[in-house]
Structure formats: C-alpha cells, structure tokens
Write a protein that binds this ligand. Structure first.
Ligand code: NAP
Length: 330
C-alpha cells in the first residue's frame, strides 16, 4: 500500500492540468492515467485549432504529451494502469488498480471523462474493429478508397467526416435531423469538401455483415422510408456519456448522469474528493474548459490538504500541551 497526498484518476486535459498544479504545489500527485486510454479523447483527434496558445493549431496527441511532460517535470507520477476499485473513506481514500497496485490518498481528483455513445443496434459490437469504429484517426487509414458513413451531427461527426475524406472515395454523413449541431466553422469546412455528402433527417436502422461490414439500412426520420447504403466503414460520432461507474454508488449523480459538484467548486459530497472535466460538464465539454476545471480541482484539493495539515498540527500541539501540563506520574 502506498500512502499519498493526492491521487488523480484520469489523464485528459482535466487530469493532467490538475497534476501540473498539484505537482507545483509539492503534493507529489499520482496520476492513474489508464492503460489504453491515457491522454483521453484528444488522443483520437487530429488538429486542435481552438486551444489558446497555438495559433497554427496543434495535434491532439501532441498537446496531451506536452501536458503529461509538464506534469512529470514538476514531480507528478504518471501510472499507466486502470483503477479497478475505489473506496471513498474521508482521510484515507483507497484505490486499487487492475495491475494490483494499492494506494491510500488524503485527497482524490476524479477526472474520468466520458465514453463514446453507441447506436445500440444489433451487429454494432460484433463488427467493431471490422468496419465499425469510433475513432477516425485510429482507423481511417484502413478505409482507403472505400465508401464510409459517419453518424452524428455535432463537431465530432463533422471533424471525423472531413478527416476521413483524406482516405475514403466518398463519405456520407448521416444525421437524424435537418439542422446540424456542429459549429459554423466546422459546417463550412464540411460543406466545402467535395467528397462529403449529407444524408439528413436519417438514421441507421440496420448494420449488415457477418465478418465485416457490408452495408447499412438507413431510415428517414420523417417518412420512415428505408434505403440501402453499401458502405464498408461506419464511424459512430454521436457524443459521449460521463464515465462514473467507479463511484456511481458512492457519490451523488445528477439526473443526466453527470457527477454532482458543489456550486462552481470541484467539491463532491464526500470530503477530500474533487472532480473535474467532462465527468461534471454536460454543457461546454471543451479541452480548455476541462483544463480550467482541472486547475480548480487542484486548487480545491490543495486548500483541503492544507486545512487538514493545520488541523492535525493544532491537535498535536494541544496534545503536547496537555502532556506537559499533566503532573509526572499522573
Ligand atoms: P454532441 O455535440 O453531443 O453531438 C452529438 C450528435 O450526435 C448530435 O448531432 C446528436 O443529434 C447526435 N446523436 C446523439 N445520439 C444519437 C443517436 N442515438 N442516434 C443518432 N444520432 C445521435 O457530441 P460531439 O459532437 O461529440 O461533441 C461533444 C463536445 O465536444 C461538443 O461540445 C463539441 O463542441 C466538442 N467538440 C469540439 C471539437 C472542436 O472544437 N474541434 C471537436 C469535437 C468535439 P442531435 O443534434 O439531434 O441531438
């Protein structure tokens, strides 16, 4: 068992920013970064053009590597492992990892982010890795000169769709409404892309294929009519849900599934447990807002630990005074 001041669970912009601040405050944070998901969702992104400080844009993985490097430079320990059990006990929260490491922490920052949504259609899971994917930057290369479909109407879907036109012969974006949710800049770029076509007011009704994807049945959300789309790639980009399974039974969640924090702070209902990033944010969900909330969580944890230390010192001092004041032999 390793006793620590602070364990940070998660390694997206929230987790790494919390680590930078906590490490600079000499808290020697341990970051449990994840075994395959270290760096979070930005590891699956290409150009990040709206992170301040990078006028020419920055690649998502490069940004995350820089954050990790910065945190380690100040003394954070980054562990590439997954938390398997978390027991929240104020004063000594217990963390166990999949590889069997065990920690106690006076404070914990939960920065577990969010997980990709699924369409929940038959064959979706079976054909995952065989034509169905959630990550264009990871898998796009395998679909050279093929016809690919992307589902979703947000920034992720449009970003994936435009990225995929680098490889695909054609990309069809399927969105359930007429209006796209994505930002205007993203829409303008997509509209200018000749390899990208839009199938609006439409949804995927069926996914076909035994060993590999062979096509989709697409249904109009207006008329209910169906048609066949003979694609060999399907990228699902319909948003994500907060990752709370580790602590859902110990902390209060909002009706939409996001973790509750106190007002504008990062404090959860359990003493010494703080939260940051996408797991608490159903509204903004940007790398920069996640980084900002990671900073807030580190500052909240730092103040909490300082108060804890002051209280411990005060009680040690008063115990010392009581011992001195007591007559010998009493
Ligand atoms: P999102 O904004 O929540 O969009 C999800 C899209 O998927 C929506 O268009 C939604 O349709 C659709 N959808 C949801 N459930 C569906 C279902 N079951 N079947 C079919 N369609 C479904 O998610 P996101 O695009 O992943 O973006 C998340 C956040 O990250 C946003 O704040 C976004 O701005 C940000 N982001 C930013 C960048 C960037 O700036 N470079 C890149 C990626 C993401 P409706 O529109 O009908 O609800």
């Amino acid at each position: 068992m390793t006793d620590t001041q602070l364990v940070i669970i998660g390694s997206g912009p929230a987790g790494y920013t919390a680590a930078v601040y906590a490490a600079r405050a000499n808290l020697s944070p341990v970051v449990i970064a994840g075994s395959v998901t270290a760096g979070g969702e930005l590891m699956n992104t290409t150009d990040v053009e709206n992170y301040p400080g990078f006028p020419a844009g920055v690649q998502g993985p490069e940004l995350m590597e820089s954050m990790r490097e910065q945190a380690e430079k100040f003394g954070a320990e980054v562990v590439y492992d997954d938390v398997s059990t978390l027991k929240l006990n104020p004063g000594a929260h217990e963390i166990e990892t999949a590889l069997g490491a065990r920690y106690t922490a006076k404070a914990v920052i939960l920065a577990t982010g969010s997980a990709y949504r699924e369409l929940n259609l038959p064959n979706e899971k079976k054909l995952s890795g065989h034509g169905v994917s959630w990550c264009a930057t990871c898998d796009g290369f395998f679909f050279r000169d093929q016809h690919i479909a992307v589902v979703g109407g947000g920034d992720s879907a449009l970003e994936e769709a435009t990225f995929l036109t680098r490889f695909a012969s054609k990309v069809t974006l399927i969105h359930r409404r007429q209006e796209l949710r994505a930002s205007q800049a993203m829409q303008d770029r997509a509209n200018a892309d000749e390899k990208l076509e839009f199938l609006l007011d439409s949804e995927v009704a069926e996914i076909h294929g035994d060993d590999a994807l062979t096509g989709l049945t697409v249904r109009s959300t207006v008329t209910g009519e169906t048609s066949e789309l003979p694609v060999t790639g399907l990228f699902v980009a319909i948003g994500s849900d907060p990752r709370t399974s580790l602590f859902a039974d110990q902390l209060s969640l909002r009706p939409d599934g996001y973790l509750n924090v106190e007002g504008r702070s990062s404090k959860t209902a359990v003493e010494g447990v703080f939260a940051a990033g996408d797991v608490i944010d159903s509204v903004y969900r940007q790398a920069i807002t996640a980084a900002g909330s990671g900073c807030s969580a580190a500052l909240d944890a730092e103040h909490y630990l300082a108060d804890l230390e002051a209280a411990a010192k005060q009680s040690a001092d008063s115990l010392g005074e009581a011992v001195v004041a007591a007559p010998i032999g009493s």
